[in-house]
Design a protein around this ligand. Structure first.
Ligand code: DGI
Ligand code: FE
Ligand code: FE
Length: 195
């Protein structure tokens, strides 16, 4: 099924309702940034906008609601997610994208699913959403942001690697639990960058 502009408008309005205003502004930032990255790197622009709009659609559900959705629909919750339920907004979000927002495109669904931890062997769209989430205009505090923003429009893989490195060291300084997938993604792209 081809995505219509009307579907995008409907989803944008649904996000305005379901997200708090800060998260909605971030969401618009990710959608526009992802569209621009798609233009720059020859990806489907509308898919990038759609995945950007929906990537945090489950972010404003409280943790018990996210857990409940996982239990009800047999979505696996690992130990780290059990201790840090905010991580589940990606899995739950991809589920809602399919079930509530009618998304059928697998690549779009996977871009939502993997936007927090990444995964080894990401598609171009998955990389674009992962990167757009980090560099969108409302983000302010990440180190090296100006440099990574520029790099994202030159080389997706190098931008991805910089973000993975900075995210992992940030999580390590905070002594946060690290999801096995976050670690695996980093190891995979570190190896790939040496090739
Ligand atoms: O939902 P957003 O805030 O827009 O962005 P996100 O879904 O990428 O979540 C961002 C946060 O998630 C960021 O502070 C890094 C953190 N994160 C990524 N991987 C892991 C993680 N946090 C923990 N505790 N463990 C991880 O493996
Ligand atoms: Fe998120
Ligand atoms: Fe986000």
């Amino acid at each position: 099924m081809k995505l219509k502009q009307a579907d995008i408008v409907k989803i944008r309005k649904a996000m305005e309702k379901t997200l708090d205003s800060k998260r909605y502004e971030h969401t618009l930032g990710v959608a526009y940034t992802a569209s621009c990255l798609a233009m720059c790197h020859d990806e489907n622009v509308k898919n990038a906008e759609l995945a950007g709009l929906l990537h945090d659609c489950a972010k404003c559900l409280d943790n018990s609601k996210k857990m409940k959705i996982c239990k009800k629909h047999n979505i696996h919750v690992n130990k780290i997610e059990d201790k840090n339920p905010f991580l589940l907004h990606a899995k739950v979000g991809s589920f809602l994208a399919m079930e509530c927002y009618g998304v059928r495109d697998k690549d779009v669904i996977n871009a939502i699913l993997n936007h927090t931890t990444g995964r080894p062997g990401m598609t171009k769209l998955e990389k674009i959403i992962y990167i757009a989430d980090y560099i969108e205009p409302n983000r302010k505090h990440a180190p090296n942001l100006a440099e990574i923003r520029k790099l994202a429009f030159v080389d997706l893989d190098r931008a991805l690697m910089r973000i993975l490195e900075d995210t992992l060291s940030y999580l390590e300084t905070l002594k946060s639990d690290i999801d096995p997938m976050t670690k695996k993604t980093y190891e995979y792209y570190k190896e790939e960058s040496h090739r």
